[in-house]
Design a protein around this ligand. Structure first.
Ligand SMILES: [Zn+2]
Length: 320
């Protein structure tokens, strides 16, 4: 068995690629590429290939030293065949990424989804280390979760278990990207929070965040954090509201699944302690007393790298 594998986190707006030392989770080299402006799968596939070549060159590693490549994508996958069935953010439909990359690099390629690889990363080298039963919740553009039962991810009968972002927290409420209404994701994801901020500003609400936003550039996590630190009324209200919904979704998971631990990750959670603390305190209050008294919460520990680390360990995890 070789020491290194390559992990790729193919998200909606970026590709993060890294060579990982599988013995300790160390990142040997990594490269991040944006995909936002790319139309069509071909360009993105080329960027993936380039990014693999770059991490090899940067660390002066030969492909013969790499055990395999693991890739996780935000979308529906056929794990066995290595097909990305549908990844709407990057316009991938029925693409056999396993075949393409195996032809190019002549080493085995494994495919999973983004939440799965992030959960595996936390399982091996993050907050899930030495734990057996827990849920990893990732609050990002969307909201997803990985359910770990007795040290193994629970995939469900169609491989879609853990879709906590589509727990319905408001019957007949806001429309969600899935086609439904009132899903948690439409209230507490990063995208939902940004929409609320932009909508309120358009309606003429005043906020400190206006001092940081440049034209139509996206709202950064650091801007939200700065506004919160200044006790900005609008941003505090929006974060409180998102936190209330998120806590409701988490409490439902606590009551329904009774895990011993919930790990929460994602950029906003990582960077904004207020959001994390408020959410877990409210989730405990909203949960039934017996599971609430026993539940522990932890922040995810690997930040943006949980996905690439988990992707590099995807094959090892599946052999477990
Ligand atoms: Zn939904």
């Amino acid at each position: 068995m070789k020491k290194y594998s390559i992990g790729i986190d193919l998200g909606g707006t970026k590709i993060l690629t890294a060579i990982i030392d599988k013995e300790n989770g160390e990142i040997i080299s990594s490269v991040k590429k944006k995909t936002k402006k790319d139309k069509g799968a071909e360009k993105i596939i080329q960027k993936i290939i380039n990014s693999i070549q770059e991490v090899l060159e940067e660390s002066k590693t030969s492909i013969s030293e790499i055990e395999n490549i693991g890739i996780g994508v935000a979308g529906q996958t056929d794990r066995k065949k290595g097909i990305i069935i549908n990844a709407p953010n990057i316009d991938f439909n029925n693409i056999n990424i396993k075949d393409i990359l195996e032809k190019e690099f002549k080493i085995p390629v494994f495919l999973g989804n983004d939440v799965e690889i992030a959960t595996i990363g936390e399982m091996y080298f993050g907050a899930g280390k030495d734990e057996k039963d827990y849920i990893c919740i990732f609050v990002g553009t969307g909201i997803g979760s990985g359910i770990v039962q007795d040290g193994k991810i629970r995939y469900g009968s169609t491989g879609t278990a853990g879709e906590i972002g589509h727990i319905i927290v408001d019957v007949g409420g806001r429309s969600c990207g899935c086609g439904g209404c009132g899903c948690l994701e439409a209230y507490a994801s990063r995208l939902a929070i940004e929409k609320r901020i932009i909508g309120a500003l358009r309606k003429g609400r005043k906020s400190d965040i206006q001092n940081y936003i440049i034209d139509d550039k996206p709202i950064k996590t650091s801007m939200i954090r700065k506004a919160l630190e200044k006790n900005d009324e609008l941003i505090t209200q929006i974060i409180n509201e998102a936190s209330e919904y998120l806590a409701s979704g988490i409490a439902s998971a606590v009551n329904f699944y009774n895990p011993s631990l919930i790990i929460i990750g994602g950029g906003l959670m990582n960077a904004i302690d207020y959001f994390y603390t408020k959410t877990i305190e409210t989730a405990k209050i909203k949960s039934l007393p017996t599971p609430a008294n026993n539940i522990r919460f932890k922040k995810a520990e690997l930040g943006d790298f949980s996905g690439v680390i988990g992707a590099a360990l995807l094959a090892d995890y599946r052999k477990k």
